[in-house]
Design a protein around this ligand. Structure first.
Ligand code: GAR
Length: 191
């Protein structure tokens, strides 16, 4: 059984889809929900699925041990980011190299980087008059939105789109693909 921790800062709609997807799996199990925000909606889903939670304290995460010991004690094999706002510190990248996956709501390498989160991404895409946007699922390295791409899917940007309407279309794509891509990636690396 591969044990995953989901890191999320917000509503957690992707986290919920991942929890539901692996609920009856005998190969992959979500064993921990990690957040930096005590009021994050994702914590309600953790409760709903009876998964333990870990609330991060910024100083320890950024300048301390990066919670490596806590994650090791929980037996975490994979870290899945689902709308997680903080940059992953080098110590975590080092311990879970090629074992941390992120989803970004645009077609990287465009519209990524610091501050490119949620609706700010969609606003930038609309302002640039793009006709197409999409999702990127990628490995995490020490730079924001930068590691090797695993999967991309596209959707149109419509003339009447607002950041909220584009976000809805992107969320649909994310929910459809993210759990399946995670599963495929984890199972392809089972030794
Ligand atoms: C998702 O759209 C995800 O791609 C995005 O945050 C949203 C979280 O939604 N992540 C980023 O922008 C990372 N740079 P959710 O809380 O409903 O899953």
């Amino acid at each position: 059984m591969k044990r995953i921790a989901i890191f999320a800062s917000g509503t957690g709609s992707n986290a919920k889809k991942i929890l539901a997807h692996f609920q009856s799996s005998n190969k992959v199990q979500v064993v921990l929900i990690v957040s930096n925000k005590p009021t994050a909606g994702v914590l309600n889903f953790a409760n709903e699925y009876s998964v333990p939670t870990l609330l991060l304290e910024r100083e320890r995460f950024v300048n301390g041990d990066g919670y490596v010991s806590a994650l090791q004690s929980a037996g975490i094999d994979w870290i899945i980011l689902a709308g997680f706002l903080w940059k992953i510190p080098p110590i975590l990248v080092k311990h879970w190299e090629k074992r941390i996956i992120n989803i970004h709501p645009a077609l990287l390498p465009n519209y990524g980087g610091k501050g490119m989160y949620g609706e700010a991404v969609h606003q930038a895409v609309i302002t640039a008059n793009e006709k197409e946007s999409g999702i990127t699922i990628h490995y995490v390295d020490e730079q924001y939105d930068h590691g090797t791409t695993i999967f991309q899917a596209t959707c149109p940007v419509l003339p009447a789109d607002t950041p909220a309407s584009l976000a809805n279309r992107i969320h649909t794509l994310e929910h459809l693909h993210y759990p399946v891509v995670i599963e495929k990636e984890i199972l392809s690396q089972v030794d």
